[in-house]
Design a protein around this ligand. Structure first.
Ligand SMILES: Nc1ncnc2c1ncn2[C@@H]1O[C@H](COP(=O)(O)OP(=O)(O)OP(=O)(O)O)[C@@H](O)[C@H]1O
Length: 256
């Protein structure tokens, strides 16, 4: 279990995270959701270990990691821009990290990931020959071969659209379940957070507004921020579609 206790962070005297405490169970998918500037990335960076909290503690499986440097925490992140190596092909990108730590993943395990992420036919391609969704899958594979104890994803779907987005969402879920991998995702999109996660952490100006399962957030929003900001956005999205095209059509086999 990952435990954050009383995390506080200020930049230039301005508080950005205000006394955040939460727990993430092993194998759980948690989204960090909130408007721009609320402190999502700062929290992700504190968990990863590239930003230090001013106050508070981070523990993983009971071990205090508060002062443990990033490379010793065993967590790993897929950045928003994927940060792939343009001069290497897909296969070389995926196995790059294993050069310094051979044996972390066996050849069979790497092969399994390549198949799980549907990358076999792309292994010889250069990065600039890939679509956005394919790049995202390479970035995921490259991170997963290093067997992180926690997988952190920064806006993993924001550059993708439609069917590709759904397919990456499914793959993230499959990987989290199959490898029992704790996965923490930053997003500003309520629909994404509610459909992808086991629990959603909603942050409003550096404080936890609600931390709950998606169905609880939808049916029992804890305050006006959740109601107005999060749920209203979903209604507007849905409303826009129906306003444009009329009511939802009846699906085959559905009771009238
Ligand atoms: N290194 C830094 N120095 C100074 N201020 C910072 C620094 N990093 C973040 N901030 C400030 O902290 C606040 C929270 O930033 P953060 O990037 O965590 O927000 P966010 O919720 O991830 O936003 P977005 O969705 O726009 O990426 C912002 O006001 C930002 O300007």
């Amino acid at each position: 279990m990952l435990e954050l206790e009383h995390i506080q962070k200020a930049f230039d005297g301005v508080p950005v995270l205000k006394d955040l405490s939460l727990q993430v169970e092993d194998g759980e998918i948690v989204s960090i959701l909130g408007p721009s500037g609320c402190g999502k990335t700062t929290l992700l960076n504190i968990i990863l270990g590239i930003v230090d909290a001013d106050q508070g503690e981070i523990r993983y499986s009971g071990e205090d990691l508060t002062r443990t440097p990033m490379e010793k925490r065993g967590f790993n992140i897929v950045f928003q821009d994927y940060a792939l190596f343009p001069n290497l092909n897909v296969q070389q990108n995926i196995t790059y990290g294993l050069r310094n730590k051979p044996g972390i993943s066996s050849r069979e395990e790497v092969d399994e990931l390549i198949d799980l992420l549907g990358l076999r036919e792309h292994l010889g391609k250069r990065i600039d020959q890939l679509s956005g969704g394919q790049k995202q899958r390479v970035a995921l594979a490259r991170t997963l071969v290093m067997k992180p104890r926690i997988l952190l994803l920064d806006e993993p779907l924001s550059a993708l659209d439609g069917v590709i987005k759904e397919s990456i969402k499914d793959r993230i879920k499959t990987i989290a379940r199959e490898y029992h991998l704790t996965t923490i995702i930053v997003t500003h999109d309520p629909e994404e957070a509610l459909t992808l996660s086991d629990r959603v952490l909603i942050i409003d100006q550096g404080s936890i507004s609600q931390y709950a399962r998606p169905d609880e957030i939808v049916h029992q929003p804890r305050n006006d921020f959740v109601r107005k900001f999060i749920l209203r956005q979903l209604e507007i999205k849905r409303g826009n579609i129906y306003a444009l095209f009329g009511d939802r059509p009846q699906l085959a086999g559905e009771a009238v």
